[in-house]
Ligand binder design. Structure first.
Ligand SMILES: [Zn+2]
Length: 328
């Protein structure tokens, strides 16, 4: 299992030495660790991202109001059409997502011994839950975006709750959040409440963009993770582990996934359309495009190890954690 802390710490030291270190307002501290010191990262669409000097999480400062965020997720183009807003077309991404979902379900099933009752928080159109049910899980979902919740409900034939408050499920075997935690203005509060919905020994598993990835650190203008107001609090491996521990979870593992290494400039430019078409699920023919991209990444991994040995090349973090036996 890859560990990401060593280069994270090196970047952290550089950040702490930066002459640009500033402090947030007292009511706008780091949503993960509460520290008020930060370094500016980038301003996107009028929103300012800053990196916490303590845990290295990156967050929007000041945080948008909750009413503005609720309106954002009800916009018709969020899941289809407006990529700057949300997703180009979530349905077209199923092909790219399916192998990740199956692998994650295998990890969860092994961790728990067998499939059980699973809640997907931020379930989008229910595609993950459909995969889970096919592997023997009993499923439930929560989705804030009404249009997507309706799609999920039709796909699965079950009611989809519009909020955590509206969901009745408790004593769950597993809770999942795929690319969701970065959307939460106060991630600790939600993680705590989700942990409380797990049975003793139940598992929480999530994925999120890696704010320690070399591109997020060195080329913030090109990193797709800085996407406000969707992405509000972006984690490094260290800050994610800290957040899960603060939520009362234990046996926490955070691993890197989706390697996106440095590439030589000419190869990066040449392969950009292929990368984009694979992410969108539009590449044709799919198996050949996928094989070509894997070969490019393998070359990039070797190049990265030689030319940029201290920089992180995993674009995604995946975490698995458990509710302590006997209660939180
Ligand atoms: Zn922090």
């Amino acid at each position: 299992m890859p560990t990401l802390t060593s280069s994270t710490d090196r970047h952290c030291e550089r950040s702490l030495q930066s002459p640009g270190l500033s402090t947030t307002r007292p009511d706008d501290r780091c949503p993960v660790c509460g520290d008020e010191r930060y370094t500016p990262v980038i301003v996107q669409y009028g929103y300012r991202y800053v990196r916490c000097a303590s845990c290295r999480a990156v967050f929007v400062s000041p945080m948008p109001a909750e009413a503005a965020l609720a309106a954002h997720y009800q916009a018709a183009g969020y899941f289809s059409g407006d990529e700057a807003l949300g997703y180009r077309c979530y349905a077209d991404m199923h092909k790219a997502l399916a192998p990740h979902f199956r692998r994650r379900l295998t990890v969860l099933g092994r961790a728990l011994g067998q499939p059980g009752r699973l809640l997907d928080f931020g379930c989008a159109d229910g595609f993950f839950l459909q995969c889970a049910r096919g592997l023997g899980w009993q499923i439930a979902g929560i989705e804030l975006a009404r249009q997507m919740a309706d799609h999920a409900s039709q796909r699965l034939g079950i009611a989809i709750a519009s909020s955590l408050e509206a969901a009745a499920e408790r004593d769950l075997d597993a809770i999942t959040l795929w690319e969701v935690v970065e959307h939460l203005p106060q991630p600790l509060a939600i993680l705590e409440r989700l942990a409380d919905r797990l049975r003793s020994g139940g598992a929480l598993m999530l994925s999120t963009p890696n704010a320690g990835h070399w591109q997020a650190v060195q080329e913030p203008t090109t990193w797709p993770g800085y996407r406000p107001p969707s992405h509000l609090a972006l984690h490094t491996a260290g800050s994610l582990g800290r957040a899960l521990a603060a939520a009362g979870l234990e046996r926490i593992t955070v691993r890197g996934a989706a390697p996106l290494p440095h590439l030589p400039g000419w190869l990066r430019r040449a392969s950009a359309p292929l990368e984009r078409s694979l992410a969108d699920g539009q590449a044709r023919p799919w198996p050949i495009a996928l094989a070509a991209w894997r070969a490019i990444r393998l070359f990039g991994w070797a190049w990265h190890r030689v030319a940029h040995p201290y920089e992180e090349f995993f674009a995604t973090l995946e975490a698995l954690a458990f509710r302590p036996r006997g209660g939180v």
